[in-house]
Design a protein around this ligand. Structure first.
Ligand code: MN
Length: 209
């Protein structure tokens, strides 16, 4: 993800809108990426502009609400950018089982990949309101930890790295699954790009060693 000109930009997907069907339909993905994610990008850039302007004019701003909105929009942009990167069309990177060091780390922590999948599913399905389930890695304890994220407020503790996320805002699945979030989370595993998650983990472990 590279940001230029001191603004945020919508990342291009590495697959076409239609490629994640039937697990994520073309319409669902197009609206999610092209409308919702774009709105976070535009929102963040708009607030940064507003801050620049106020500073230039030495004007007062309601910083509490402005920074809350800034954080929400930047969080939305970064979380969605991660999300698109850990998806791939089924059979073309999506849906296989975790391998490599990811499989080792998950098996050591959870007992088995199946047990991890079960816990991650439960975390995603039970996230309150709008949010995310995230597989993170804590560098202090050298353990993978599943976290629930409210709205886009990822727990950005300095020693935590996010390896994989699934968006459980209703806007992520409503067109395809109506209010059946559990069905969407099941579908997610058909298009989860474990290789990308494994690469992220390996980079992190190599940097730590
Ligand atoms: Mn979303």
């Amino acid at each position: 993800m590279s940001e230029t000109n001191k603004i945020y930009t919508l990342p291009k997907l590495e697959y076409d809108y239609k490629d994640l069907a039937p697990y994520m339909s073309e319409e669902q993905l197009q609206i999610h990426h092209g409308k919702h994610h774009q709105a976070y990008v535009d929102g963040a850039n708009g607030i940064l502009q507003k801050l620049d302007k106020a500073r230039k004019e030495n004007a007062d701003l309601d910083l509490k609400s402005t920074l809350k909105e800034l954080s929400f929009n930047i969080g939305g942009h970064l979380m969605h950018s991660l999300f698109w990167g850990n998806l791939a069309p089924e059979g073309k990177g999506g849906g296989a089982k975790p391998g490599g060091r990811l499989a080792e780390v998950l098996t050591k922590e959870f007992g088995s990949v199946e047990r991890f999948t079960k816990e991650f599913t439960q975390a995603a399905v039970s996230t309150e309101g709008s949010g995310w389930a995230a597989l993170t890695y804590c560098k202090l304890t050298a353990r993978p930890i599943i976290m629930q994220v409210e709205k886009h407020n990822a727990n950005v503790y300095p020693m935590f790295t996010i390896l994989m996320v699934v968006d459980v805002f209703e806007h992520a699945y409503y067109i395809d699954y109506k209010n059946d979030r559990a069905k969407f989370v099941d579908a997610f595993f058909h298009i989860a790009n474990w290789n990308a998650v494994n690469i992220r983990l390996e980079r992190l472990l190599d940097a730590c060693s």
